[in-house]
Design a protein around this ligand. Structure first.
Ligand code: ATP
Ligand code: MG
Length: 141
């Protein structure tokens, strides 16, 4: 089994029914929840998490959004978890997702390009970094 880090973003967590639906979808896609936490991040923590995007035109919006309310963070396990989770999420841009992959999570729950419902690690190396970022006590090996 492979592990990945998934974040359900504030736009979904703000709506308990949508949060429940996304969690059920995760289970329906054959992922196991390995670790979970719900927390609200301060701006400077979000800036650290998204450091690679510093300087991009959407950075301020992204940081504002991700610190605007509680997020639901999970370590997920399944075979080929990183790719399968990104596939389940669909394209980054909500409007592209709605157009191209209408049954994806971002198509169904995303609101805008910034408020796009979920996050998923994009490689084994980022997965490891992101899992340690949110679950420092989790023993990956
Ligand atoms: P994530 O890292 O959240 O899984 P991703 O890897 O598909 O998404 P990134 O390019 O890493 O996309 O962008 C990180 C986040 O920044 C996106 O999920 C989205 O919330 C925001 N973002 C990315 N591109 C744009 C954009 N063009 N306009 C507005 N927000 C954007
Ligand atoms: Mg990314």
């Amino acid at each position: 089994l492979q592990l990945t880090l998934a974040i359900i973003k504030p736009d979904v967590v703000a709506h308990p029914h949508r949060l429940k639906e996304v969690k059920q979808l995760i289970l329906n896609n054959n992922f196991y929840f390995v670790r979970s936490q719900e927390r609200r991040l301060q701006r400077k923590i979000v800036e650290q998490f998204y450091a690679e995007h510093k300087g991009r035109f959407f950075f301020n919006r992204l940081v504002g959004f991700m610190s605007s309310g509680p997020i639901s963070v999970h370590i997920l396990a399944r075979e080929d978890a990183i790719a399968k989770w990104r596939e389940a999420m669909g394209p980054t841009k909500t409007f592209r997702a709605k157009h191209e992959v209408p049954d994806s999570i971002r198509a169904r729950f995303g609101l805008t390009d910034t408020r796009n419902a979920t996050h998923g690690s994009d490689s084994a190396e980022t997965a490891r970094k992101e899992m340690t970022f949110f679950f420092p006590d989790f023993d990956i090996d």
